[in-house]
Structures are given as C-alpha cells and as structure tokens.
Design a protein. Structure first.
Length: 138
C-alpha cells in the first residue's frame, strides 16, 4: 500500500500545527503504531522548529513544503524551506559524555533526527533548503 501527501505551509506555529494534523491523518490512514507516530512527529517538529527559529532574518517568514510518502514499509519525508541556507548535518555532534551543566544549549535535535531515522540528507536547491529523511517501518 502506498500513500502520499504534500502541504504548503508557513514557518510559524500555525504551520507546525497544520503539519502535525496532517501527520496524524497520515498515520491513521497507514495504521501506524503509536511508537512510529511519536518518532516521526518528534523528527518533523524538530525540523520545523529549527526553520521557525532560525530560518528567517526577520524580513519574511519562510515558506515550507512538506512531502510525506510511504510505499510498503518505506517512509520518506522531505521538509523544504526557502529560508536562510543552513545544512543541519554540518552541526557538530553533541558531547553526550559532558556534564549537563557544561553542554551548550541546543544541538540535540539533529542528533535525535539522525538516531530515529535510517537516512538523513540535505541539499540546497534553487534557493530552498531540502532536508530528507527515510525510515523503514516495522
């Protein structure tokens, strides 16, 4: 069975809420277990919050395009935005052994995305950041 959705959103809290609702509908349609929905939601929200928080220079709210597709057990999701160019995969890995008080704020989101997904890629294309994630669902 395969299913696909595409959403055009703004990088703001209303856009995040719309993305969450669409993800819920997708999960119901594909009969995902709660664990899968939790993991994919965490990844989607982390990526969207990064765009909301850091994607703008203050002049304009970035546009976001969410493509979510599943064919059999293969899930793919691309979050594209026309905000400031940023490759999150270039961020240094967090030092998980450091004392919590010695760690800088942030940096765990990209780590979680990499841990929860099977594949993560980034490219900048025609003025858009394109972060793609894949996961084989059990």
């Amino acid at each position: 069975m395969s299913y696909q959705i595409t959403l055009e959103l703004m990088a703001d809290m209303a856009g995040l809420e719309a993305a969450d609702r669409a993800l819920d509908e997708f999960a119901v349609h594909m009969a995902w277990p709660e664990t899968t929905l939790f993991q994919v939601r965490l990844v989607l929200e982390e990526i969207m919050m990064n765009v909301i928080s850091y994607g703008s220079d203050g002049a304009a709210i970035p546009h976001v395009r969410l493509d979510l597709a599943q064919q059999g057990v293969a899930l793919s999701m691309e979050i594209a935005d026309d905000g400031i160019a940023f490759d999150p995969l270039q961020a240094p890995a967090p030092d998980l052994d450091a004392d919590i008080d010695d760690r800088p704020i942030g940096g765990l989101g990209v780590f979680l995305v990499r841990e929860l997904m099977d594949g993560v890629t980034y490219r900048r294309e025609a003025g858009w950041n394109r972060l793609s994630v894949t996961k084989t669902l059990n």
